[in-house]
Design a protein around this ligand. Structure first.
Ligand code: ITT
Length: 201
C-alpha cells in the first residue's frame, strides 16, 4: 500500500517517515512530492489550519485520485499575541522568509512588547483522503512556552525557540526522538496509524 505526503517541508517528511516506521516495516510505502514529475504547490489562502490542509490535500488528490493522501497544516500560536503567527507561521517574516527570519521576527516582537505571557502551542490539523475519496480529520496540540533566545540545532521551523510543557530545553535541544513522542504532528499521525493499520492486516 502507498501513502502520499502532500508537503514541501523536508522537516515534516523526516518526522512522518519516522512516525510511520511501524507500518513501513509491514509494507507501507511512503511517497512524497519528489516522486511526481511536476507539482505546483497551491497557494495556502485559507483562514484556518483546516482550510489550508484541505487545499493541500485536494491539490495532490487531483493528481493521485485513487491513492491515500495525507496533508497537514501546522503552526505556532502564541497566547500573548492572540494566536499569531498561527496560519502565517511559515511566512511570518514575509512571503519567502526562512525559518531563521521567522524566529528572529517572533523573538523581536515578543521582546519589544515585553510579553510576560510566553505560553504557546504548536497545532497540527491533518486531512487524509482514502482511496475511495473519504476524508478523515486528525489533529494534535503541543503546549509550551517561547524561549527568550533560540537554542539547539535539531528540527526545523520554530523548534529552537519552543520549550515543551514540563521541560527546560527547546525541542531543537531535545531532538526528534523526544519530539516524536509528544508533538502535535505525532498526535495526529498516531491517529492516522490506527486507521492505516486496520487496512494493512
Ligand atoms: P507544506 O505547506 O508544504 O506542508 P510549510 O512549511 O509551508 O510546508 P505549513 O504551511 O504547515 O508548512 O507551515 C507550518 C510552519 O509552521 C512551518 O514552516 C514552521 O515554521 C512551523 N511549524 C509547524 N510545525 C512545526 C514543528 O513541528 N516544529 C517547528 N516549526 C513548525
Amino acid at each position: 500500500m502507498d501513502i502520499w505526503l502532500a508537503t514541501t517541508n523536508r522537516g515534516k517528511v523526516l518526522e512522518f517517515e519516522m512516525l510511520l516506521e511501524p507500518l513501513i516495516k509491514k509494507g507501507l510505502k511512503v511517497k512524497t512530492l519528489g516522486d511526481l514529475a511536476t507539482y505546483y504547490p497551491p497557494e495556502e489562502t485559507g483562514a484556518t489550519f483546516l482550510d489550508n490542509a484541505r487545499i493541500k490535500a485536494r491539490s495532490l488528490k487531483a493528481m493521485q485520485p485513487r491513492e491515500w493522501i495525507v496533508a497537514e497544516d501546522s503552526g505556532l500560536a502564541v497566547e500573548g499575541m492572540n494566536g499569531l503567527p498561527g496560519v502565517h507561521s511559515a511566512r511570518y517574516a514575509g512571503p519567502k522568509a526562512s525559518d531563521f527570519e521567522n524566529r528572529v521576527k517572533l523573538l523581536k516582537i515578543m521582546g519589544l512588547k515585553q510579553l510576560a505571557n510566553r505560553n504557546a502551542s504548536f497545532l497540527c490539523q491533518m486531512v487524509v483522503f482514502d482511496p475511495e475519496g473519504q476524508e478523515h480529520l486528525f489533529s494534535g496540540e503541543l503546549k509550551g512556552t517561547i524561549a527568550k533566545n533560540e537554542v539547539g540545532r535539531n528540527g526545523f521551523g520554530y523548534d529552537s525557540v519552543f520549550i515543551p510543557e514540563g521541560e527546560t530545553k527547546t525541542l531543537a535541544e531535545l531532538g526528534v526522538a523526544y519530539k516524536n513522542k509528544v508533538s502535535h504532528r505525532s498526535q495526529a499521525t498516531n491517529k492516522l496509524l490506527e486507521l492505516l493499520s486496520t487496512k494493512l492486516v
